[in-house]
Design a protein around this ligand. Structure first.
Ligand SMILES: [Zn+2]
Length: 290
């Protein structure tokens, strides 16, 4: 994928600094007690020495308060940021066109937040990187810790910029489901469902639709693709299929507990969207063959 000169979306928010100190508010409270303890044992001289010590440490970057997560990782993250900005811009271009063609009006572009470690979302509470990239329907925003891309490559064996692009486009797919009312429709169907297996099947259908929409994007993007790009996306889709993830973690596969679809399904729906270049090919809610 050649995205260097493609341009960047205006809808990226870099919120990596906010995770900031891993101690956060608790760190400040701890610091207060530390100063109080030092004052009671060593008096004002002790407090001055402690203050000077912390000031010195903050200059060296070792301070417990100054551990801003951006900074030391900047060189590694800047390439990811450029990729995220280019892919998001391309999804805006593609889905603006698609919405016009489908008579859906203007495409409401989502905000994409970059974070490191943890973040407080507007609509979905707090989250850590452990959950992976996600979309919050309540605030219509995408949240990505780009360290997931390292994990995708190293732990899941799906390296490459187009594997990463697929992940971004999948989250944008959830945004499209949200703004078109499909997410709400599925949520109320899930409330009427007769058990976990049926509820999970709805979830699988939503996830496979998001994969298909990612495929529609891949089929229409103006970003110049390179040899092997589609294979990278397919490898990523397979790597994060429920059956593969379950086999890795527990050694066995329990189909009723699937919430995202099998590796084969995820690959097939991505490919379906990619070939059709049309959202109508992605109606996973009304198909017999998932
Ligand atoms: Zn998803």
């Amino acid at each position: 994928m050649r995205f260097d000169d493609f341009g960047q979306s205006d809808n990226i928010r870099n919120r990596r600094g906010e995770g900031g100190s891993s101690l956060g508010g608790a760190g400040l409270v701890g610091l207060f007690y530390l100063f109080r303890m030092v004052f009671s044992r060593f008096g004002i001289i002790g407090v001055v020495v402690l203050g000077a010590g912390l000031f010195f440490l903050s200059g060296t970057g070792l301070s417990p308060l100054g551990s801003n997560s951006s900074g030391s990782h900047e060189a590694a993250t800047s390439e990811y940021d450029q990729l995220v900005g280019a892919v998001l811009l391309s999804t805006e271009n593609v889905f603006n066109d698609v919405f016009q063609e489908e008579g859906l009006g203007d495409y409401p572009e989502p905000i994409l937040n970059l974070f490191a470690g943890r973040i407080t979302t507007r609509g979905c509470g707090g989250a850590t990187s452990a959950v992976g990239p996600f979309y919050c329907p309540a605030d219509s925003q995408v949240y990505i810790d780009t360290s997931f891309f390292d994990e995708l490559s190293q732990r899941f064996g799906a390296p490459g910029d187009f594997a990463q692009a697929y992940v971004i486009a999948h989250e944008v797919g959830h945004h499209i489901q949200n703004v078109t009312g499909i997410s709400d429709q599925v949520r109320s169907a899930q409330q009427r469902a007769r058990g976990d297996a049926e509820r999970n099947e709805y979830s699988v259908r939503l996830e496979l639709m998001a994969d298909c929409l990612a495929g529609v994007w891949a089929g229409r993007t103006q970003i110049q693709l390179e040899q092997g790009d589609i294979e990278e996306a397919l490898r990523a889709a397979a790597a994060i299929g429920d059956d593969t993830l379950q086999r890795r973690s527990s050694g066995r596969v329990v189909p009723d507990s699937f919430t995202h679809g099998t590796s084969e399904q995820r690959q097939r729906w991505f490919a379906t969207g990619y070939q059709a270049r049309d959202m109508s090919a992605c109606d996973t809610l009304n198909t017999d063959r998932l």
